[in-house]
Design a binder for this molecule. Structure first.
Ligand code: 9UX
Length: 71
């Protein structure tokens, strides 16, 4: 299992955080995801053999937000 932190841009209310969680949470291979609206951070546990960070970012973007990898 791999864990990553992403910065989520474009959230304008706390429900946005829930929407972003739902979008990522339904991807096959995502074990656990939580988004903190106040800090604009997403923490995600996923199986890297089933889902990539690029797919996770794409799901966030499809939901209307933008995910950035923090390095
Ligand atoms: Mo409420 Mo956040 O519609 O976009 S979920 S502002």
């Amino acid at each position: 299992m791999r864990n990553e932190n992403l910065k989520i841009l474009g959230m304008t209310c706390a429900a946005c955080a829930k929407a972003a969680e739902r979008a990522v949470g339904k991807l096959d291979g995502v074990e656990k995801v939580s988004v903190n609206y106040a800090t604009e951070k997403m923490n995600v546990d996923f199986d890297a053999e089933k889902v990539s960070i690029e797919q996770i970012k794409a799901a966030v973007s499809k939901a209307g937000y933008e995910a950035e990898e923090e390095k």
